[in-house]
Write a protein that binds this ligand. Structure first.
Ligand code: FES
Ligand code: FES
Length: 156
């Protein structure tokens, strides 16, 4: 079937999609957007987190047919203009990226948190990122990155 959906502000028609195919597969394999990662494909790790109509979701759990006429934003769409988004910059500067497999999902989750709660407590940060697993960093650098992004956002 053909699905028509908007990804990172651009309307796309994608042909030959099986209705049960995941949105994650469509993004990565049919649209050439490999930013969202496939680590578990079971909704457990958060590495595939994208916005669907403004709500963070695990793209591996969304059927392609559910994405028809919806607005999707992936990690590739967080940056505006030429540079990285401030949350992306903060992850790099705080050393929150090691293998990077968890990073796209964490960036979307952190971006969502800071949109909703500009000055989050540590508890709010931990709760917001609880669905995103990282096997490398021990999480401290990730928390540092979100704190850094929040402090910069407050000064902007
Ligand atoms: S790949 Fe979707 S939650 Fe792990
Ligand atoms: S940086 Fe490797 S899983 Fe998080």
């Amino acid at each position: 079937m053909r699905i028509t959906t908007t990804v990172n502000g651009t309307r796309h028609d994608v042909d030959d999609v099986w209705p049960g195919e995941s949105l994650l597969y469509v993004l990565r394999e049919r649209m050439g957007l490999p930013g969202s990662k496939n680590a578990c494909e079971q909704g457990e790790c958060g590495s595939c987190t994208v916005y669907l109509d403004g709500e963070p979701v695990c793209a591996c759990l969304v059927a392609a047919g559910q994405a028809i006429d919806r607005e999707i934003t992936t990690v590739e769409g967080l940056a505006t203009g030429e540079g990285l988004h401030p949350v992306q910059e903060a992850f790099v500067e705080a050393g929150a990226v090691q293998c990077g497999f968890c990073t796209p999902g964490l960036l979307v989750a952190a971006h969502d948190l800071l949109e909703r709660v500009p000055d989050p407590s540590d508890l709010e940060i931990r709760e917001a990122l609880a669905g995103n697993l990282c096997r490398c960093t021990g999480y401290e650098k990730i928390l540092d990155a979100v704190r850094l992004a929040a402090s910069r956002q407050a000064r902007a």
